[in-house]
Design a protein around this ligand. Structure first.
Ligand SMILES: [Zn+2]
Length: 141
């Protein structure tokens, strides 16, 4: 008997209203990076929590720990899970930088990047494992 290992591609469902909210939030912060948290249940996104990027940079974002902690509490009070950390790349591709990977706090949480490098914003969802990234399939519903 042949036992084959099938690696399932992770499929994330994002409501189109939240997709639009992410694009608009990212645009509103240009030329600086925007950031925030995405929450929901397993692979279904149900809420978006924009956070103020304190460093006003086009290549970095920073949010004080107490703001992150209080936002995570609000998410948990709604019985949702933090699914991903979102940030934008105002003028580079939607690919995690070495800096992004190095500073990603928790492999249980995914990474979402929207790039404004091209005419149409590009949103990518990544799973992070030991400083490497894998793109997930995104269904906008
Ligand atoms: Zn980045």
């Amino acid at each position: 008997m042949v036992i084959s290992k099938i690696i399932m591609e992770k499929i994330i469902t994002l409501p189109s209203s939240l997709y639009q909210a992410l694009i608009v939030e990212g645009e509103s912060q240009l030329p600086y990076e925007a950031c925030g948290l995405l929450a929901g249940f397993q692979k279904q996104v149900t809420s978006f929590w924009p956070l103020q990027n304190q460093v006003k940079s086009s290549s970095r974002f920073f949010v004080p720990k107490e703001i992150v902690t209080s936002t995570v509490k609000k998410i948990q009070n709604r019985k949702e899970q933090v699914l991903a950390i979102f940030h934008t790349h105002p003028s580079t591709k939607p690919v995690p930088s070495q800096f992004d990977l190095k500073h990603h706090p928790d492999d249980e949480v995914d990474m979402v990047i929207i790039s404004y490098k091209y005419g149409i914003p590009q949103l990518k969802w990544y799973q992070i494992r030991h400083n490497t990234y894998t793109a997930c399939k995104l269904v906008i519903s």
